[in-house]
Design a binder for this molecule. Structure first.
Ligand SMILES: [Zn+2]
Length: 345
């Protein structure tokens, strides 16, 4: 055993004294000490001749020895890497690794397109807070205290109303932004309000607890329902092409009178009938109407002098018809396989 220990010490000294300045010399070192027939392996092989009671102690000595050789090898290699010679060999003209370019989210693509269409008609973009008070979200919009939309079942309340405090909630429509615009601006008003809204819905393919709207508001003297129709005709033709067919259906909203919903010919089946249009050939895309005189009065705008129209639509709905996305959940799952499909759009 004594002899083996001496041998190990001698090899350790040899390793410590080794100088290697070229890759070839480093490789020689590796073969001599750490190769499959190298000295480290040979010495490790002596373990079987060590008596059992000394095996533990010897195992530690052998492991330390192996580490000495491995550490020296690393030192030699990193010293080589730092040398000028190595740097000079690097070919800086080699092409780099490509950087993966992200894609715009389909909802952003559609929203941007919607905004740019209305901008061409002279609409400005208005934005407002997502956490709103009861007045801007409901009261100003002519939704009475007992309106079902105010129900806790449908709305996320941040703070319930108390004696001294108004209720705070996550806005359920971007009409709250219209309210803030009417509060601070005098007619003529011509704005669109793109933004995220929240409803207390169970998440499914057809419903989500948050989604996106673009609403519009136009108030001036002599604004008529014909102006509303013309504006929306222009929008859908720019969005879906000149072939699109349009129809208005009477409807009811507390903040407009008269109110109408607008359908367009189904973009998926071209009006022949499919699941999206429930085999009618028509899909509803927006709600609209003439601004209710009471809403104008709420903001000190004289309804005898001014009239206006408002409309609102879901960005997800427009994107669904444009890209044939049939499950709302896809928009918020961040699945790259879905998102990357909009690269070239
Ligand atoms: Zn259809």
């Amino acid at each position: 055993m004594e002899q083996l220990l001496q041998q190990i010490e001698a090899i350790k000294a040899e390793i410590a004294a080794t100088v290697a300045n070229t890759p070839e010399q480093v490789e020689q070192f590796r073969i001599k000490y750490l190769g499959t027939k190298g000295l480290v392996k040979e010495i490790m092989g002596e373990m079987k001749n060590v008596p059992n009671e000394q095996k533990k102690e010897f195992g530690q000595i052998l492991n330390a020895f192996k580490m000495v050789a491995e550490e020296k090898m690393q030192q030699l290699q990193s010293a080589l890497g730092d040398s000028d010679e190595q740097t000079a060999k690097f070919d800086f003209t080699l092409p780099g690794d490509p950087v993966a370019v992200g894609t715009r989210h389909p909802l952003n693509l559609v929203r941007n397109q919607m905004v740019s269409i209305f901008k061409r008609l002279g609409f400005a973009v208005a934005e407002g807070p997502e956490v709103e008070d009861d007045w801007h979200n409901f009261g100003a919009m002519n939704l009475p205290e007992d309106h079902p939309a105010r129900d806790m079942q449908d709305t996320f309340y941040v703070q319930e109303a108390s004696e001294n405090n108004a209720a705070w909630l996550l806005r359920t429509h971007t009409s709250s932004v219209q309210a803030r615009v009417m509060e601070t601006q005098k007619p003529p008003i011509r704005v669109i309000c793109p933004g995220r809204v929240y409803r207390n819905e169970t998440i499914s393919a057809r419903a989500h607890c948050f989604f996106h709207q673009v609403e519009g508001l136009y108030i001036d003297e002599n604004v008529s329902f014909a102006d509303l129709k013309q504006t929306l005709y222009f929008f859908v033709q720019e969005m879906f092409g000149k072939e699109v067919k349009v129809r208005f259906r009477p409807s009811y909203f507390p903040f407009t009178e008269p109110s109408a919903e607008m359908d367009i010919s189904c973009q998926i089946c071209s009006g022949k009938g499919c699941n999206i249009c429930k085999h009618t050939g028509w899909v509803e895309i927006l709600g609209s109407g003439m601004v209710h005189p009471k809403v104008l009065e709420n903001f000190g705008i004289d309804p005898e002098k001014y009239t206006g129209f408002a409309f609102g639509m879901g960005v997800e709905r427009i994107a669904q018809l444009k890209y044939q996305v049939n499950d709302l959940r896809l928009y918020s799952q961040n699945d790259l396989r879905f998102l990357e499909q909009f690269k070239s759009v």
